[in-house]
Design a protein around this ligand. Structure first.
Ligand code: KIV
Length: 272
């Protein structure tokens, strides 16, 4: 289905609010490097998230905990150099904001100053309220992140759906309201029941972007390497694969190896 949408030369936090009000869904994807970010930006994505999922996707760690602030700044600055339209949101990594609000502000300032990103994202609700307020006082836009929070994986114990029970759902709704009141410009809701996510999105003025949170929210985010099928060992129900790049790339690498071994590459036209 094609939807009439306003053309934006550059996406800002204000554009996202307008999209929510106009009922236009927000499309967000991750990128961690220049080349991928250029393709994603040129394709017209609204938000590029330099996610701490770089810890898994780029560095091969099992969790998002090991990635550092320096690593995030490196990835984010590569992405910023590539983009001309998307809003670039950068994750504050584990350990860079949980200490206190001064630490959170210092980390957010480093991201903005050293990478050129446009906003930061951090995980948590009331526990990080003071940090969010302090970052916002410096004029840095903040995106919240509730539901499954991978930086708390050792507290949760699993990556399964969150807030299925009434008590956790109630806390999530209160936290979402609080994040809006504090001044966050959007919230990511990860892996929560679709009915709850829809209720949260409908109760807030700011956009709610879902991942594994159903269709009743204001936008969707996926990890680009997953939706392109570059990763193949990660198969959650919410993931739609648009390509099987793992197979495509493997086939290309096989053909290249065969061509080199058989002296087919380079040929006459491919040399000087
Ligand atoms: O780091 C990340 O990629 C994320 C998304 C899963 C929302 O936080």
């Amino acid at each position: 289905m094609s939807i009439a949408k306003k053309e934006y030369k550059r996406i800002t936090v204000k554009s996202l609010m307008e999209m929510k009000m106009a009922g236009e869904k927000i499309a967000m994807l991750t990128a961690y490097d220049y080349t991928m970010a250029k393709i994603v930006d040129n394709a017209g994505i609204d938000i590029i998230l330099v996610g701490d999922s770089a810890s898994n996707v780029m560095a091969g760690y099992e969790t998002t905990l090991p990635i550092t602030l320096d690593n995030m700044i490196y990835h984010a600055s590569s992405v910023v150099r590539a983009i001309s339209r998307s809003l670039v949101v950068v994750d504050l990594p584990f350990g860079s904001y949980q200490g206190n609000s001064k630490q959170a502000l210092d980390s957010a300032i480093r991201i903005m100053k050293e990478s050129g990103g446009h906003a930061v994202k951090l995980e948590g609700g009331s526990e990080v309220a003071e940090s969010i307020s302090r970052i916002l006082t410096a004029g840095i836009p903040v995106m919240g992140h509730l539901g499954l929070m991978p930086q708390s994986i050792y507290k949760f114990g699993t990556y399964t759906v969150r807030a299925k029970e009434e008590e956790e759902a109630k806390k999530l709704k209160e936290d979402a309201k609080l994040l809006e009141e504090l001044g966050c410009f959007a919230i990511v809701l990860e892996k929560v029941p679709a009915k709850l996510a829809k209720e949260v999105a409908e109760s807030l003025k700011i956009p709610v972007i879902g991942i594994g949170a159903g269709s009743g929210v204001d936008g969707q985010v996926l990890v680009t390497h997953d939706m392109l099928g570059m990763t193949h060992e990660f198969n959650p129900r919410f993931l739609r694969r648009y390509l099987d790049l793992y197979a495509e790339m493997t086939s290309a690498f096989h053909r290249y190896i065969d061509d080199v071994k058989s002296l087919d590459f380079p040929n006459e036209r491919e040399q000087y």
